[in-house]
Design a protein around this ligand. Structure first.
Ligand code: HEM
Length: 403
């Protein structure tokens, strides 16, 4: 059956080595927008490819729970866990309110000057290089340096955070070049845990600084604070959530701007309006999908979903939904209108780092194209073997336009 074949392609990591299966996703949106898929050793999966269904499921956490995790790996959750993606309200609400006290728009915008310094350093280096791979030199560098900044890690320790974040951040990636051994993953987790336990103890002993870590340590609601183990879990979560996501958005953005020189000229003219950053996010959609588990028998459209079934919201497909985005295959920094779902469908779990990620992308793109207006991709990208992260592993670039 063609529809089954399309649905299986959407979950086949090898398919993504040649690029996302946009045609298969378009056929599913048209012919089978809520498609049942059976994959070995997993519960029945319902693949949602339309924007409206992604939004609906995102916003109904009573019917569609996150308690067993949001990826294809089931995560056991400790009773006092602060792992937001695997919590449902009311526990999720309580922990997220505490964390929101630190991730305010004000605290994020305070980082802007420092982010500009980081981006300037990155551009200085690529200008020296002339020819370079944009993934390690720009995308990975920016996202990792920003995580270290947000977590309040002293400069001399940043390399450790880079290594641990990379090992932990590749959890669940099916690419042999990235997947760490279980030992390396365990070691990175333990080392990071130990490191942050010491850092938190040090920071608690000194007077509060004007940064997100101090705000996290001080966060309090009704006498509740985050315990040290909850803070530690949260650091691990940030190391994962803020790493591959921003990295791949930047890599896809550099590729798209190289493929569309007129749009690249818009980026070079800067500063970029919000819509332009949103278009980069829609185009890139670095997290392909997240899942929920049905808590009761329910329906989506004509599909009858049983309690316990998995429901997968395909963000990349929703972001190309032709009923929502005019000519979705057109990359257009001036696009306005309905919102993308790269950060999720505005429900309970909407990306905590969305403001930070947008700032990071804006700062990096503006710093880059104002000084390297002809930045070009000079060879085919090597894409990540993953049906979960929409990733690019290598992107050979030149500071000159070779076209
Ligand atoms: C382009 C960059 C990013 C993208 C596309 C992205 C995407 C997402 C998505 C799709 C979700 C799940 C939404 C849902 O289930 O409804 C999410 C959740 C989350 N993100 Fe991001 N993210 C990005 C960057 C970041 C950064 C930089 C951070 C932190 C510094 C971060 C922290 C989180 C956290 C903590 C959650 C869990 C929120 C919860 O469950 O309440 N993300 N993100």
């Amino acid at each position: 059956m063609p529809v089954q074949g399309d649905a299986l392609a959407v979950f086949d990591p090898d398919v993504f080595r040649a690029g996302a299966p946009y045609d298969a996703l378009a056929r599913l949106r048209r012919d089978a927008p809520v498609q049942r898929v059976e994959l070995p050793a997993l519960p029945p999966i319902w693949l949602l490819t339309r924007h409206a269904d992604v939004i609906r499921v995102s916003r109904d956490d009573a019917t569609f729970s996150s308690i067993t995790g949001n990826t294809f790996v089931e995560v056991p959750v400790a009773p006092d866990s602060a792992m937001l993606p695997s919590l449902d309200p009311p526990r999720h609400t309580a922990i997220r309110r505490l964390i929101n006290q630190a991730f305010t728009a004000r605290n994020v915008s305070r980082l802007e000057a420092r982010l500009r310094e980081i981006a300037t350093g990155i551009v200085d280096r690529v200008l020296d290089l002339g020819q370079f791979d944009a993934v390690p030199e720009i995308s990975a560098e920016m996202s990792l340096q920003v995580i270290a900044e947000v977590l309040g890690v002293p400069t001399e320790d940043r390399l450790k955070i880079f290594e641990w974040s990379n090992a932990i951040g590749s959890l669940g990636i099916e690419d042999p070049d990235y997947a760490p051994t279980p030992e390396a993953l365990g070691d990175a987790g333990a080392a990071m845990f130990g490191y942050f336990t010491d850092l938190v103890a040090e920071r608690r002993a000194e007077s509060p600084r004007d940064d997100i870590l101090s705000a996290l340590l001080a966060a309090e609601i009704d006498g509740n604070r985050l315990s040290d183990s909850q803070l530690n879990e949260f650091f691990l979560l940030l190391a994962v959530a803020g790493n591959e996501t921003t990295r791949n958005t930047l890599s896809h953005s550099i590729k798209a701007l190289s493929d569309h020189p007129a749009q690249r000229a818009v980026a070079a003219a800067g500063p970029l309006p919000n819509e332009a950053i949103d278009e980069l996010l829609r185009w890139s959609t670095p997290v392909l999908h997240f899942r929920r588990t049905a808590t009761v028998d329910t329906t989506i459209g004509t599909a009858r979903i049983a309690a316990g079934d998995w429901v997968v919201m395909h963000y990349l497909s929703a972001n190309r939904d032709e009923s929502v985005f005019t000519e979705p295959e057109r990359f257009d920094l001036a696009r306005t209108g309905e919102g993308h779902v790269a950060f999720g469908g505005l429900g309970t779990h909407f990306c905590l780092g969305a403001q930070l990620a947008k700032l990071e992308i804006r700062v990096m793109v503006e710093a880059l194209y104002s000084r390297v207006p002809d930045l070009s991709v000079v060879d085919e990208p090597i894409r990540l073997r993953s049906a979960f992260f929409h990733g690019i592993k290598s992107l050979p670039c030149s500071t000159k336009d070779n076209g």
